[in-house]
Structure formats: C-alpha cells, structure tokens
Design a protein. Structure first.
Length: 272
C-alpha cells in the first residue's frame, strides 16, 4: 500500500461489520492526543478522493476530486473517558462520497480525524433530576452508546431508556451491549424494535414497528412505574429525519417542547 499522506492522522484498529451496510470503526490517533469531549458530541472523519471505494457501492454522480479531502461528521460512540481510541458507528450510503471509502478500509489503514470535537446533543442539556429517553433509528444510537459508556447510569436516582429502531434484527447495532446493560442496571430499559419482520430468517418475538409506535405504547410506563411526561422526562432524538419530525409532533401533542438555544425544552434533537 502507498504511504499515507501526512494529514491522515489516525490508524484504523478495528472494523466490526455489523451487517452489510453497518460498521463499527475504531481509530487511534497516530502520535497525538485525543481532545476532551462530552458524550453525545461528534467528530469529523476524512479521506482523500483518491481512496478506493468498497465493492458494493455505486458510482458517484459527481466523482470526487482525488486530491481533495472528503469530510463528514460522525457521532462518537466511545466513552468520553477512553483516551486510547475513538469509535464510530457508520452506515453505508451506496452512492455517497465518504462512506464507500470508509467501508473499503482495513485494519492498519490510515484515516483523518479533525482534532476538535463539538456538538450540543449532550445529556447535560437535561436537568440532573430528569429521566432520560434516548430514541434512535439505525446508527443514530451512536451518541447514546457514548453516553452510556461514560457511565450516566451511575446516577441511580434517574431512569434511562433506549428505544432503538432498525429495519431488521441484524441492523440493531450494540444490541448485545444494551441487553447486558439492561440486565445489570435496574434504572435502564432497552426497547429495540424492527420494521421489517418479514425478512427475519427465524421468528422474531420482539417489538415490531417504528420507534414512534413504541413510544406510544405503555412499555416505558410499565418498565419505569411512572408515565414519562414533560415534568419528569427529557427525550433525545437522533437518526432518520422522518422519525425525528414525527416524534417531535407526537411529543409536542403531549406538551413536550423542543429545546432550542433560547427555549428550555424537553425534546433534544440531533439532525443529520
Ligand atoms: C452531527 C452529525 C453526526 C452524524 N453522525 C453519524 C453517525 O454517527 N453515523 C452515520 O452513519 N452518519 C452520521 N452522520 C451522517 C454523515 O455525516 C454523512 O452524511 C453520511 O455518512 C453520508 O456521507 P457520504 O459522504 O457517504 O454521503 P454523501 O455523499 O454526503 O451523501 C449522499 C446522499 O445520501 C444521503 N444520506 C446521508 N446520510 C444517509 C443515511 N444515513 N442513509 C441514507 N441516505 C443518507 C444524503 O442526504 C445525500 O443526499 C452524521 C451527520 C451529522 C451532521
């Protein structure tokens, strides 16, 4: 392999293929220190246009300039306490510019990472006494994995839940970790759901339908022993824009308010 340009300042140390279109990638800074960040924040990964694309991608409509860096934002999935590496959960956009190049990487390859991490989608935006519901579709679960790995569950006076939606069971990344957490943390409920049960190779006995539907059942009330309301709960939303719009509408109907720079609200949104 040709020597990587100097700007590619990280080395890929893990590529865990969750499904044909979802990968967990760990990168380690090449002789520099990762900055501090808050769980829920994002970083920017980049590769030059000259990087090969993965086999199952489709040709770009406008081919990328081989000499230019392609940069995209990704939510951090690793703990803010981990300084050795940084982890991301990424879905393949077949016609995209960067993801087909990321999916072609192997352990030992180089990738660029900007050294400033940022973002407002952090759990400290909710008051310390509020229960927290983390709603995601697909790779939108990544910022929540960072929050959970950074030990938010140690605050046992509050209740937490993840409602995670995906097409199929094999797309429910981090499900083993979330299931384990649920079994050891009495203040945590994990509610995965799939939208295409007809594709499952074996009978699926879990939740079916969109995350919006799960929110509208009494599953959380049963798990928590109290109904989530704007008075006791803040809701975080990350992932598919249609899910976010529908969830905001459902929540506003229940008197939740979207949190904005000048408005204190109980709905926190990360729009990709
Ligand atoms: C703050 C922030 C955090 C993000 N975190 C993550 C993350 O943790 N994991 C992750 O996978 N992505 C994340 N994204 C999206 C990411 O930045 C890229 O947009 C995505 O990876 C596509 O990049 P691309 O260069 O391959 O495709 P592009 O060439 O940029 O896009 C091609 C087309 O695909 C559409 N597209 C973008 N994302 C998707 C998608 N997921 N599914 C289908 N179509 C899509 C775009 O709207 C565009 O029309 C995040 C975005 C933001 C702004």
């Amino acid at each position: 392999m040709a020597k990587a340009p100097l700007e590619l300042n990280c080395v890929v140390t893990q590529m865990i293929q969750i499904s044909p279109v979802n990968v967990i990638i760990r990168v380690v800074p090449d002789d520099w220190e990762l900055p501090d960040f808050k769980p829920g924040q994002f970083a920017v990964l980049y590769l030059p246009g000259s990087t090969s694309r993965c086999e199952n991608s489709v040709a770009e409509e406008n081919p990328s300039d081989p000499d230019k860096m392609i940069r995209r934002a990704y939510s951090i999935a690793s703990s803010s306490k981990t300084k050795e590496y940084i982890e991301f959960y990424i879905t393949l956009v077949h016609s995209g510019a960067l993801t087909p190049r990321i999916f072609a990487l192997k352990v030992g390859d180089k990738i660029g990472l900007t050294s400033k991490f940022t973002g407002m989608f952090t759990v400290d935006k909710a008051p310390k006494e509020a229960n927290i519901v983390l709603v995601a579709t697909g790779t939108g679960v990544a910022p929540y994995i960072s929050m959970l790995r950074s030990n938010i569950l140690s605050d046992t006076n509050r209740k937490f839940a993840v409602i995670h939606g995906a097409y199929n069971s094999w797309d429910l990344g981090y499900s083993s970790e979330l299931t384990l957490l649920e079994s050891i943390a009495p203040n945590f409920k994990y509610l995965p759901t799939i939208s295409h049960p007809q594709n499952e190779p074996a009978a699926w006995h879990g939740n079916v339908g969109f995350v919006q539907k799960i929110w509208q059942t009494d599953a959380l009330e049963k798990a928590w022993g109290e109904k989530p309301t704007p008075e006791n709960t803040h809701v975080f939303l990350c992932g598919n824009p249609y899910m976010i719009d529908e969830m905001v509408a459902i929540l506003e109907n229940e008197k939740f308010v979207e949190h904005k720079p000048k408005v204190e609200g109980q709905i926190h949104v990360e729009r990709w």
